[in-house]
Ligand binder design. Sequence first.
Ligand SMILES: [Cu+2]
Length: 73
Amino acid sequence: MKKKLTIDGMSCMHCVNRVYHALMNISEVTSVDIDLKTQIAFLESNKTIDDDIIKSAISNVGYKVTEIEKIYV
Ligand SMILES: [Cu+2]
């Protein structure tokens, strides 16, 4: 499963790193790719993850998901 996340509040590579690790800590997640400039993250997982789990993982480290889009490949 692949999802595109729009994240609010990342301002430097330190923020990107925090979000990266927060997402990678979700056990189903296999890869995370974050672009600071566009504030967009691509997340891949081996199982479906509830959007609420993604949202709370990111809010736990101080950022906010404004949009989650499922990508069909
Ligand atoms: Cu930062």
